[in-house]
Design a protein around this ligand. Structure first.
Ligand code: ADP
Ligand code: MG
Ligand code: MG
Length: 870
């Protein structure tokens, strides 16, 4: 089998489009080489080789090593240098590269091929001894870390001591003799740590490094990263072996990273940072603070010109924003990586919109470029700037949005505090790939060092998390778990606010406000609307929420929970009076007081949603939810409703249920206390008829919850129709309406054909359907569900993303059985899943007519529905 693919000016073997085989980095290197962009030659070991390596118990598949040696020989010829040569040695980097980029998650070794002998060759051929030994000490450190398992910090320690001893601040101020001495100290450290000399055979070094890259596929941080990003553990990583170019040879050298457009705002400006006389990781690792790329234009105008030409060529070629790595060796530019640039939601929207205007992509592509999961962050709060707040420091606006939370100082704390329901801001000097779990758990991230392309910034943008980076004004004391800025001390657990759009760090909780849709986003959503076939409605109970939903593009209300109206203001007293009544007469008397409120509610709702369908669910929760349970509350309510506390307590005991979720609720209430549902239906139709009289268009849809048998629905449907007809006749208007049911019990799905005889629509209540199908109580699942997800028993929380193989089957069955007797049956979903992109994709496949979700998820759902249809 072919395991190794060469890339070089005269011959590039791999298909630059094949990321699955070559990994993203390998494919990018091959593609850049083949379109004539300057890339140091090298070769890529395929992801298949890595997969095979794991299958064979971490042994190289047959032929791999021979192919590596052959490619190495080709590389030597191409470069006119020999591996391990004592005159002019070839040095290589060994770089990981999975299908999908996992920045910093896996390992890379630079300057491989240096030994005590070849370093002299490098010094001679470059005429620069300092550079040669600087490269060697970097190599020893990286190789030791990646291959030999000796942590960075020990080397950093030696380096720091050396700098202190010489009285200098930057690495660049150390001279050749210092570097030589460092090399000796590093080697001595290796010897004492592993009990043998640092390996002096370049081919052995190469083999070890390749092994280490293969191994890094399964290190903890890579695994966590894959889990968060839902990537498969079976893909494996490619290994890229590439001839070195050097950014650390002097002041006409450097290294940098850049984006073809601003990844934070999407603005069409070249964006990036570079460091003079530095190598590889220096920029990303935040060791020195880099210069903005614009400065390169004056510092090295010729190189900047080359870079401009290259980045434009790349963006035109890939027709998307590219995230590039480059190195300048003695005034010559080399490209080391290109990949699709990660961007914030705001940038994704702007870039997709702009590229359509520029004629680079079509609208379909633009819609697909904006990830539904991601735009959620555009719908998140921003700081209300009209209210004064205290800024104590300002860093870089690394990832937009605002976050409020308690300060924590380690990734572990972020995770454990968040697990206990705390909102936290992770405060670090700089994040490293190990911190990824904590970053995920935090509301936002604040770092003291590092630039706009530092680890924290890149990862936060990818996660859609607010981040302020490089905030030099904060002084962190990790040990005491506090930081100070402008004379203010923020201790662990203190509340702070960060603004990732401005870089501000604020004491206390700033007031956050809801955002508005940008014009470009609104436009992209209208493009999305032309592609989608699923309708999008909202779950809303108040005129205000309905208004918000409508502004976000909802095409109706898919679920109005009437119980929310029962709690409001002083009507709760009448509701309680109804519950406390001993007979029907007493209940009717109390309900008569509730009815005007309900009617008021529906008038507001119908008015806000004029012309659009409004699905109203009749009372669903068990009655005991409306009466107080603790003594203090009981006393208060008893007084207010003129009954004794004893009476109230007795009633509470009487209504107590062992299993409320499966208890006296939903249509069971309507069947045992018909007067409750009757009152609600009157309120609905009187409100509707009144508005029709005023010339308004109202489309009520009455929905009966928790039906398990068609008989239940038959009785309640007949009642609804009677009340509706009587009311319509009384008002003398014409009004179309629907009566339907929720499908939220397995039995309802199983007998959907019987139920559909009596239902004009089905709304899958997937919250309850998930509870009842899985036999898992949503309110009690917190104790075991996370472990189930961790152990992979559930791929995801089934209350967040629909359990396709279980619950999904019932939905599909419900749709097909229902339509078998009523071909025009309208079907929708109104659980939490209605706003979840994966679940929406499922709904499309299942043939539902619409999804319904919370108002702020409506834009997400519109986009997800378009993605599902495309
Ligand atoms: P990551 O995937 O973590 O970005 P890379 O494999 O891209 O790791 O390498 C880390 C750093 O080393 C990058 O800044 C890259 O530009 C630099 N680098 C890698 N290979 C070479 C090379 N052949 N010559 C010079 N610099 C290199
Ligand atoms: Mg890289
Ligand atoms: Mg329900």
């Amino acid at each position: 089998a072919k395991w190794v693919y060469f890339f070089g000016k005269d011959r590039t073997e791999g298909d630059g489009k094949n990321k699955n085989l070559l990994g993203g980095k390998g494919a990018g290197l091959a593609e850049m080489t083949s379109i004539g962009i300057p890339v140091p030659p090298g070769f890529t070991i395929t992801t298949e080789a890595c997969v095979q390596f794991y299958k064979d118990n971490k042994n190289y598949p047959a032929g791999l090593w021979d192919q590596v040696l052959a490619a190495l020989a080709t590389l030597e010829t191409a470069m006119g240098k020999k591996f391990g040569d004592i005159e002019n040695p070839l040095l290589v980097s060994v770089r990981s590269g999975a299908r999908v980029s996992m920045p910093g998650m896996m390992d890379t070794v630079l300057n491989l091929g240096l030994t005590d002998e070849s370093v002299k060759g490098l010094a001679k051929s470059s005429g620069n001894e300092r550079f040669a030994y600087d490269s060697y000490r970097r190599f020893i450190q990286m190789f030791s870390d990646v291959v030999l398992g000796i942590g960075h910090h020990q080397f950093e320690h030696i380096l720091k001591d050396m700098k202190n001893a010489r009285g200098v601040k930057e690495d660049t101020e150390l001279n050749a003799a210092d570097m030589k001495e460092l090399v000796e100290k590093y080697k001595a450290l290796v010897l004492s740590e592993i009990g043998r000399q640092f390996p002096q055979d370049p081919k052995e070094q190469l083999k070890y490094a390749i092994d280490a890259v293969f191994d890094s596929w399964n290190n903890q941080r890579a695994k966590t990263c894959r889990k968060i990003n839902k990537m498969s553990d079976d893909w494996g990583t490619a290994v890229n072996v590439q001839s070195m170019v050097f950014g650390n040879m002097g002041d006409d050298c450097g290294t940098g990273v850049a984006f073809t457009r601003d990844p934070s705002t999407g603005e069409k400006v070249f964006f990036g940072e570079y460091l003079v006389n530095a190598q590889g990781e220096d920029v990303v690792a935040g060791i020195r603070t880099p210069e903005p790329i614009a400065k390169l234009q004056t510092a090295m105008p010729e190189v900047f010109g080359q870079l401009e030409e290259v980045y434009k060529k790349l963006e035109n070629h890939y027709k998307d924003v590219q995230d590039i790595e480059f190195t300048i060796e003695r005034g010559t530019l080399y490209m080391l990586q290109t990949r699709t640039g990660k961007r914030t939601a705001r940038a994704a929207v702007k870039i997709a919109y702009d590229m359509v205007q520029e004629g680079l992509i079509d609208k379909r592509t633009a819609v697909l470029r904006v990830a539904p999961e991601q735009v959620d962050q555009l719908l998140h709060p921003m700081i209300d700037t009209s209210i004064k707040y205290d800024i104590i420091a300002k860093g870089l606006p690394a990832s937009p949005g605002a976050a409020v939370g308690k300060a924590v100082f380690s990734a572990e704390d972020a995770e454990s505090w968040a697990a206990q329901g705390e909102k936290v801001i992770l405060v670090r000097a700089e994040t490293s790939p190990e911190d990824i779990g904590g970053m995920h758990a935090a509301q936002g991230i604040l770092t003291a060092t590092g630039g706009m392309t530092s680890h924290a910034a890149v990862v936060a943008r990818g996660m859609g998390k607010c981040c302020v980076a490089g905030c030099g004004a904060i002084r962190i004391n990790e040990h005491q778990r506090l930081f100070t800025a402008s004379g203010v001390t923020i201790k662990e657990g203190d509340i702070l606010t960060i603004n990732g759009s401005t870089g501000e760090v604020i004491v206390g909780a700033a007031k956050l406000i809801e955002p508005e849709l940008s014009g470009e986003f609104a436009e992209i959503l209208t493009w999305a609307d032309t592609f989608r076939t699923l309708g999008v409605r909202a779950n809303a109970d108040t005129p205000h929420d309905s208004q918000v939903a409508r502004e976000f593009g909802a095409e109706g209300i898919g679920l109005c929970r009437t119980e929310h109206m029962f709690f409001d203001g002083n009507r709760i007293d009448a509701v309680r009076e109804m519950i406390l009544a001993d007979n029907e007469e007493g209940r009717r008397k109390a309900l008569a007081k509730v009815k005007p409120y309900q009617k008021e509610d529906f008038l507001g709702l119908f008015t806000a949603m004029e012309g659009l369908p409004v699905t109203i669910r009749l009372l669903d929760p068990p009655l005991h939810e409306f009466i107080p349970h603790n003594d203090e509350e009981i006393d208060r309510v008893a007084k207010a409703s003129g009954v004794s506390a004893e009476h109230l307590k007795a009633k509470a005991t009487e209504l107590h249920e062992f299993n409320p979720m499966l208890g006296h609720r939903g249509c069971r209430l309507g069947l045992t206390y018909p007067e409750i549902y009757e009152m609600q239906v009157y309120a609905i139709f009187e409100a509707a008829c009144e508005l029709v009289k005023q010339g308004k268009v109202v489309k009520p849809e009455v929905m009966i919850p928790l039906v398990g048998s068609y008989k239940e629905l038959e009785i309640l449907k007949d009642m609804t129709n009677e009340v509706a007809q009587e009311t319509i006749a009384r008002y003398g208007v014409k009004l179309d309406y629907l009566v339907g049911t929720m499908i939220e019990l397995p039995r309802a799905a199983l007998t959907a054909n019987e139920i559909a005889e009596h239902a004009q629509f089905f709304s899958f209540g997937t919250n309850d359907l998930t509870q009842t199908t899985l036999g898992v109580s949503r309110d009690d699942a917190g104790k075991f569900l996370p472990i189930y997800v961790e152990k992979g028993i559930f791929k995801e929380d089934p209350f967040v993303s629909i359990d396709v193989s279980g619950v999904g089957q019932l939905v599909e069955m419900g749709v097909s059985k229902g339509r078998s007797v009523r071909p025009d049956l309208k079907t929708g979903i109104c659980g939490e899943h209605g706003g979840d992109p994966d679940s929406i994709a499922f709904c499309q496949k299942a043939g539902l007519n619409y999804v319904s979700c919370s108002p702020f998820r409506v834009p997400v759902a519109r986009l997800a529905a378009a993605h599902a249809a495309l």
